[in-house]
Design a binder for this molecule. Structure first.
Ligand SMILES: C[S@@+](CC[C@H](N)C(=O)[O-])C[C@H]1O[C@@H](n2cnc3c(N)ncnc32)[C@H](O)[C@@H]1O
Length: 236
């Protein structure tokens, strides 16, 4: 593992111990929506991957839809929690996704939540595109750098509902000071791409056929369905 990933893995090892993983957050808020977006015709028997799976909640949810789900993460601490849940069909691999060899045209569903900003974006998209089976779906939910007025307005709009949902879901288990300090420390090293940069990269790599939209809670969702034949898609 390179030095950058060692630092990221160490951050998430510490967070694995300090954080309450049952809490509502801006990521798991969208899991059900992502599951509902999986094309119904995709076979159960084809595998799914969650890149940067953390403690594996989304893997466990995907295991209800696919017979085999592989969670990949560079943090051993996060994976220890994921493995301790012992869900049939879920396998967890420790490692950098960029170093793993994925069989081509094999995976029905590839997801990644709040992790893609740690990876070289174009190379990640390229890898996922190759690994998807024809008709397979890629969904990347991640943070973005607000740049435009509408980005800032949308993020401003989220302020009140965010406070209400945070209170509603997490009032009995608010974040500890230790966890907040760890997130702040981790955040200092995080860098995000703007929506334009993400769209340009996706256009270059996926060649259209994807949908990239901003969501309320400071996230975007990129959805791409690999063409069954050599269809040329149009990006929106
Ligand atoms: C903010 S957490 C998100 C975890 C989970 N996906 C969720 O929705 O809560 C980001 C995760 O990505 C993992 N990660 C970062 N870079 C990675 C890489 N190159 N390969 C695999 N996992 C990586 C981190 O270790 C961490 O567990």
């Amino acid at each position: 593992m390179d030095q950058k990933n060692e630092i990221i893995a160490a951050d998430f090892d510490k967070l694995a111990e300090a954080a309450d993983h049952t809490r509502w957050d801006h990521n798991n808020n969208y899991y059900k929506m992502m599951l509902a977006s999986i094309p119904p015709e995709l076979p159960r028997s084809a595998p799914a991957i969650d890149i940067g799976c953390g403690t594996g909640l989304l893997c466990r949810m995907l295991a209800g839809r696919f017979d085999k789900v592989i969670g990949v993460d560079i943090s051993e601490g996060q994976l220890n929690i994921a493995r301790s849940q012992g869900v049939p069909g879920c396998e967890f691999i420790l490692g950098d996704i960029m170093d793993l060899r994925l069989d081509e045209s094999t995976y029905a569903c590839i997801v990644s939540v709040a992790a893609a900003h740690h990876m070289p974006y174009g190379a990640l998209l390229e890898k996922c595109k190759k690994a998807l089976m024809p008709g397979g779906v890629l969904m990347i939910l991640d943070l973005y750098e607000p740049k435009t007025l509408s980005d800032y307005l949308l993020q401003g709009l989220a302020f009140l509902p965010n406070r209400i949902l945070e209170f509603y879901h997490n009032r009995d288990n608010p974040r500890t000071k230790e966890e907040i300090a760890l997130w702040l420390e981790h955040g200092k090293r995080d860098e995000y791409m703007s929506i334009k940069e993400l769209r340009d990269e996706a256009n270059k790599t996926l060649g259209g056929g994807f949908r990239l939209r901003r969501l309320l809670y400071f996230r975007y969702l990129l959805t791409y369905i690999k063409p069954k034949e050599q269809e040329v898609g149009i990006s929106r």
